[in-house]
Design a protein around this ligand. Sequence first.
Ligand code: 2P0
Length: 362
Amino acid sequence: MAEQLNDFIKNESKGLGLVTAVSPANIAFIKYWGKSDKQQQWPANSSLSMTLSKSVTKTSFAMNNTGFDQFIFNNQLLTSKDQRDHKVFRHLQFLRDAMTSSGMEISQKFFTIKSENTFPMGCGIASSASGFAALTTGFLAACTDSYQMEQLELAGFNRTTIAKLALRGSGSAGRSISGGYIEWVKSTSPECQSIEPFMAAKEWDLSDIIIIASDKEKAVSSTDAHQYAWGSPLFSMRLSQIDEKLKFAKEALETRDLQKLGLLLEQEALEMHAVALTGSTPVQYFNQKTIEIISWIRAERLKGNLNAWFTLDAGPNIHLICKASESKNIVKKIQLDWPQQMIIEDRVGTGTQVYKYGEIYD
Ligand code: 2P0
């Protein structure tokens, strides 16, 4: 481990092919829940999300000459020589194959990859979204010597193309490439699905105040829960109404109607969790603290003290959506009533960026 880190640092001083991708997490307003095709990551329904700015994964790539890839995460070293089945290496192989089939010669390029999150992982803040978005973008940038998103686009990878590749690593990662409000359109076949910005971040400055109810890693992965959803008696009802709900959510965004959006957000989050709770293997992602905080949000809103609505990811943590201009005061209010809870004050952001290594690292 120390040896690999030393190599990384030596390469850094020589400026050898070092690139860092920084990708934000995203919070879904209309959830991706269930897959129609697991192999091709074709979702059961279209989804809509807000790209965040502060909760990010930073992933750096340095060339190595060992003949295989190495991945360092949370001070743990994984190598593709020993762990080919690990989803990180499976995704890197998928990217290599995709680049090779489009005529790029990269078979001799191997990387030492170092990745870190600015937020707790695996507990409902979409760490696999930011993680696979940064892994995909960083790999493409490292292979094409691109140090800016514009250079990557000139090399043949615009944000739409990167998103389609990223979603193969983790579905929600495709929504973390562009900024603002993103729509992942299911379409009629896996090949025709698309991920496109619906509205830019500057069009509506919303905040996501993440209240940490627990930072423990979840016991059941989203990947497994996507499959269990098909066994829920509620799932077919959900799928029959989801396009209508998506339409309302887009209207609420277009008209900047926070109340209309907020009502949908809460219904949608609770519906997704109801499906999870009633699936072929029931999964409960929320905990007692989640319920207490949700009840508090609704009570305060009824009293006219809180202009904010919650949503949940596949975890216990609460994402409180509000106008960015009101976020500071709402955070103060939460800190007063919930002094034990860690809070991440996040907001809509502009999406994935790439840098020459060192430009952003402390
Ligand atoms: C979403 N989630 O739309 C939904 C809502 C969690 C709750 O997408 O198997 O980690 O890697 O494609 O992307 C989490 O699922 O699953 C997710 P895979 P992913 O954000």
